[in-house]
Every structure is written in C-alpha cells, then in structure tokens.
Design a protein around this ligand. Sequence first.
Ligand code: NAG
Ligand code: NAG
Ligand code: NAG
Length: 322
Amino acid sequence: MGLLRSLAMLLLSIWLFCLLQVARAQSPSSSTSDARALDALLQDYAYQAFVHPRTGVVYEGIVPSNLTGIMISAMRLRSGSLRTKGVRVFKEFEIPKGVLEEPYVERLVLVYQNLGNWSKVYYPLPGYTYVAPILGLLAYDASDLMANNLPELDIRASGQPISIKFSNLKSLPDGLVLKCVSFDLNGLENFSNVLSENICTTFQQGHFSIVVESIAPSPASVSPTPASPGGKHVPKINGEGKKNNSKVWIVIGSVLGGVASLVLLGLLVSWLHKYRNRKRIQKMERAADFGEILHMTTVGSTKAPAATMMRTQPTIETEYVP
Ligand SMILES: *[C@@H]1O[C@H](CO)[C@@H](O)[C@H](O)[C@H]1NC(C)=O
Ligand SMILES: *[C@@H]1O[C@H](CO)[C@@H](O)[C@H](O)[C@H]1NC(C)=O
Ligand SMILES: *[C@@H]1O[C@H](CO)[C@@H](O)[C@H](O)[C@H]1NC(C)=O
C-alpha cells in the first residue's frame, strides 16, 4: 500500500499547488492594487482641502493634473454625530444614523471620490458597461489632517443602509437591465438591484456604480480611449495587460495541472491493475497449494494438470487427424 499512498500524496500536493497558483493569480489583481494606490493618493489630496475645517462641511479637493476628470471631496465629522445623526447629504451619498466605525476614533473624515472617465480604468469590469461614474466613499481617522497613507476605517451601517443616488445616467437603448455594482476594498465586486431607477444601497464603504451587461461589444466601445498623444498618464493599459497575462497563466497552470493529474492517474490505474493481477496470481497459487488438487492426466507420454471437468480431452496435436 506504500506506493499507492505516496502516489496519492503526490497527486494531492500537485493539485494543491495548482490551486494555490490559480488563487494567487486571481486575488490581488494588478488593477486592485492600482485602485488601492489611487485611494491612498486621493486621501492625501482630499485632506489637503482642509484648511480650517468645520465639522460637517463638504470641502472640495483638487486632484493632480495627471488625474484630471476625477473629483474628490472630504468632510470631517465627530463619530458620535455620524452614529446618532448620520449625514443627510454628502454628494450622492445619504448616510443614515447608526453607522459605526471600527476601530473607534473620536473624529473621522469621509472621503468622496468620483472617478469620472477613469472609472473603467481603475475598476475594469469585463462584460459590463458603466452607465454612471464610479463613486467612492471611504473613511479615515481625522486626528492628523497632515497624514498620508492612512489605513481606512471600517465603517458599517448597523440599521438602514447607506444609499447612493446616481444622477445623469448614460442613456441607453430600452430593455437593458441596470445593476448596481459595488467593490469592497479588496476589489471584490458584488451586484445588486437598482432601486427606483438610480439608487443603490450599501452597508459598508467602497466603490459603487451602475452597469448594464454589454451588448455584443463593438470594437468602438471596447477601446473608446485611444492612447492619447501625451499618453504617459495612462498607466492602466499596462495594468490590463498584466491582468490578461495572469489569465493566460491561470489557463496554462490549469492545463498543466490537468495533464499532470491525468498522467499520475494513469500511473495509478496501471499500478492498481498490476497489483490486482499479482494478487490474483497469488490467490491462484495459494489455491493450487491448499485447495483443489489438480488432477494429473497422461497425455501421450507427458503428464499435464487437468481440471476435474474437462470440455475436451487433451490430445497430442500430431495424433489429431481431422
Ligand atoms: C500623478 O501625479 C502625482 C503627483 O504628481 C503622483 O504622485 C502620482 O503617482 C501620479 N499618478 C499617476 C497615476 O500617474
Ligand atoms: C479624462 O478626461 C480628462 C479631460 O477632461 C483627460 O485629461 C483625461 O486624460 C481623461 N482620462 C482618461 C482615462 O481618458
Ligand atoms: C452582496 O450584496 C448583497 C445585497 O446587498 C448582500 O446580501 C451580500 O451579502 C453581498 N455579498 C458579498 C459577498 O458582499
């Protein structure tokens, strides 16, 4: 059984290895890390909008020129007021009472992002078309307004969800079903239904938009942004390339894993087959030793074993006359 067990172990470890590779290729995709880097950059720029900030007032931030098209805003709040009152209007967001942050801070900053024409660059969603820009809502500790690279606070609505009212949806042919899409901070997407035409809801922070499933993607709609002449600020072309690359590796990995498994399975089966044959021969030998005694008959001048019931009498070939 030793061989069988080690073969099985080998098979299992190869399979686990392949699984791991696939998981690694999929989870922190390059576009997710680009999006996280953008969050960090926008936090920094949003905080710069605060000079002598009053709580509960929306301050508009200014993005670096290489990100023109993105809009950011920030609002500083006491966490007690967020919990007991919420924020009736923060751009497209309506935050009900009962939103709690984790870990607890005394004051926090809500950063709003509108990614505009950069939405699909930072949040590519194959098979879907954005009909609204990606809107982000992220929360940070407000204790140091000069800070950058702050970690997000985890905010959650404990009662009513936060709602997002999108305006100016891109007009579309009738009959397409709108879907809310949300991305959590790990870049995981989740779809839900749109409420009254243009409202999405969420219980946590993240990035949100409305999409429709793409109709047969015409070449024009696939690449509406030809690499601009001053294209040094279009870094995500690269990002998408990397993503495709990792998909290729997933495919190659799966195929190789599959082939390896098949080969091993073949080996296992042939080994089992041999093992069973050996067992059978052993059994036959044992049967010969202890069980039925084979009757010896004389055939011509030689002795040969013969079963008790014979269908044909043994004859010597040369004696056989047709
Ligand atoms: C845009 O410019 C800012 C500041 O100049 C820089 O920190 C950032 O990395 C640039 N971002 C991109 C995506 O090029
Ligand atoms: C978005 O539009 C601005 C001008 O409004 C442009 O400078 C920028 O390059 C555009 N971004 C993308 C990703 O096309
Ligand atoms: C996706 O959204 C639905 C509805 O908002 C929610 O019930 C579900 O838990 C979410 N799933 C994930 C993985 O976030």
